[in-house]
Design a protein around this ligand. Sequence first.
Ligand SMILES: *Cc1c(COP(=O)(O)O)cnc(C)c1O
Length: 384
Amino acid sequence: MIPYGKQEISESDIDAVISVLRSDFLTQGPKVPEFERALSAYTGAKHTIVLNSATSALHISCLALGLSSSDWLWTSPISFVASANCALYCGAKVDFVDIDPVTFNMSPYALEKKLAEAKALGKLPKVVIPVHLSGRPCDMKTIYRLSKEYGFSIIEDASHAIGAKYLGEPVGTCRYSDITIFSFHPVKIITTAEGGAALTNSKAIATKLELLRSHGITRDESMMTEDSHGSWYYQQIDLGFNFRMTELQAALGINQMARVDEFVLKRNVLAERYDSLLNGLPVTTSPLSDEVYSSFHLYILKLNNARVTRREIFDRLRSNGIGVNVHYIPIHLQPYYRRLGFSTGDFPFSEDYYRNAISIPLFSGMTFEEQDLVVSALARALEE
Ligand SMILES: *Cc1c(COP(=O)(O)O)cnc(C)c1O
């Protein structure tokens, strides 16, 4: 089976992890801050907090922005469920903004329209989470302008998008957001097995994220309510979690970071090759504008062959050893979200996208031969 995504682990990655096993620290040692410095240096964000997952990063980012039970959080229906669940962890309410049918990202027009309506109803969101689907950056300039006009905070869910660029700058600069999130799950661009990061330019947000990552405990005397009792002393000043990343993961992450541009370049070469190989087949791809450089976490197609269903094409490809997938089932149509009151018809462009979308294999270690196999299997599957 050619998988839809796959990590690339080098001998030097393996050596880096083994050397941590031989060292004094398996957790809370020097590798975590070293990985954080590498991510800040790469993106230009002032502060990076690495965590045990992007889900944890989204959760404590919402808390750090003060999201609570009276608040609304808006995101895209076409994302992994974690992009919306983070609001519910904080007791807040979730709503969605429909996608743009060309970019598959949150539509800035739909956002603007919904904000005007929400303002009239007194239901403006406190936080909006644009998701850079497949590694293609959202229209952040417009979303940022709207955030100033309507007074909401922005968390970029860049789980797919480390290595991508927006207007020539790396995703993660946080120029147009309060916080940016990365995921290091093995199918994403670089991996730490499980892992994630939150990046910000705000010292206050970074301090809060650090506290929440580790039980709400501080050893910084300036944050304590009384003088230190001695060098063993710490105080719990907030209710946090254990969302820490291990030294083993950070060592792997540091090594992987050294190859992020190479991984993304290989993905771009493969994606361009797909673009030309798929020419003439009854499929629609999503053209990129000059404003963005995608990290191509995914290569998504929309099938426009009316006579063969997506399900039939999917099954034909899978039975031919092509590990296709679907990203994503609209979050609002999940049973859990339907129980919150969402239903079919709420976000028509997202639902239309879901009916026809398919992700074909793309990963940095993919060969041209594997890619040719995918394209010929797809061409056959599309025949009636
Ligand atoms: C993978 C993913 C997440 C969650 O990442 P984890 O590191 O697995 O917690 C969140 N949002 C999106 C869009 C993702 O693809």
